[in-house]
Write a protein that binds this ligand. Structure first.
Ligand code: NAP
Length: 286
């Protein structure tokens, strides 16, 4: 499992509390942290860096993932008129430099292209990766929200294996199970990272018919599994897929992070897995 830091700015923590949270999930064995340049309107990396700065030795205990290529309309970029994507050589290099400086680290363990860019020139991206590697600024590269063909295109120009495709997987939205994305990753033995496994909290409070159906089914399966909670059943459901997704936990509540880990001990039967599928789709399998 991975700890996500998208919502860090919402957690309203002091730097010391952020450091304590980080150390607490490291103690649980969750040592990979997921960031992006844009999180918290470009603020989350800085908040994380402030915490890390209180005890720089912690850097050696974690693997830092960050992302680039989304250009957000933001106070940080007053001349930008619309949100758009940018996978140009210049932007990728500048974005990584900004991330390193905000996080206060010398190197990213993994850099992901955050969203597919219609104007992506795969040769240019590979050149950027080569430069970043040459300067020791990034150890490994991957993508996020890429289709299999976009993944193939970039991989065709990059000599090393892309290390992941970070995609949305939760019981309300799991298109990647059926559109070839997870098939491709399983074939290549590359583990997906799974974002918003709890549908951003919608699993707990969503009022749509689909959310209510799924929630009832998750409750029932949790009972069958000896009193597992909804989130634990969901993580077990995500990890049950043979492409071996790595769930990214979005909670800033350490008790919830601790609870998530118990999902490793839950073994869903095939029938239980498909009951969640059926509850989500609202119809039986064909
Ligand atoms: P999530 O786990 O689906 O949602 C987290 C939200 O659910 C938090 O607000 C959390 O609140 C709430 N929650 C958790 N347990 C709950 C419970 N038992 N009852 C009520 N609410 C509960 O994850 P996410 O934050 O959407 O995404 C996880 C990570 O994935 C992000 O941090 C980011 O790193 C990554 N991500 C990547 C992309 C991408 O495009 N690559 C997109 C989105 C996210 P509390 O904090 O109060 O627990």
């Amino acid at each position: 499992m991975v700890q996500g830091y998208w919502r860090l700015d919402d957690w309203q923590m002091t730097p010391q509390q952020r450091l304590s949270f980080l150390k607490a999930h490291i103690d649980l064995g969750i040592t990979t942290v997921d960031h992006a340049d844009i999180y918290g309107d470009y603020r989350c990396e800085t908040l994380f860096g402030q915490a890390l700065n209180l005890d720089p030795s912690v850097r050696d205990d974690i693997q830092v993932v960050s992302k680039c290529d989304i250009n957000l309309v933001s106070e940080a970029a007053p001349n930008r008129k619309i949100n758009h994507y940018d996978t140009s050589y210049r932007h990728i290099l500048a974005s990584v430099d900004n991330s390193l400086s905000r996080l206060g680290v010398e190197k990213l363990d993994v850099l992901l292209l955050h969203r597919p860019d219609a104007l992506m020139d795969a040769d240019e991206v590979a050149e950027a990766f080569t430069t970043l590697r040459h300067h020791g600024k990034v150890a490994h590269f991957g993508v996020s929200n890429f289709t299999p063909s976009q993944f193939d295109l970039l991989q065709s120009r990059w000599d090393e294996s892309l290390v992941t495709n970070q995609v949305e997987i939760n019981p309300l939205r799991f298109d990647v199970v059926h559109d070839g994305t997870l098939d491709q990753l399983q074939r290549l033995r590359i583990k997906p990272m799974a974002w918003s496994c709890l549908a951003g909290g919608e699993m707990f409070n969503g009022e749509s018919e689909q959310a209510v159906r799924v929630r009832d089914t998750l409750h029932a399966i949790g009972e069958e599994l000896g009193g597992a909670t909804i989130d634990q059943v969901i993580y077990a459901w995500v990890m049950r897929h043979p492409s071996q997704p790595l769930p990214i936990i979005g909670s800033g509540n350490i008790e919830r992070v601790k609870a998530a880990k118990a999902a490793y001990d839950l073994n869903l039967t095939r029938e239980q897995w498909y009951r969640i599928w059926v509850a989500s789709k609202g119809h039986n399998v064909p």
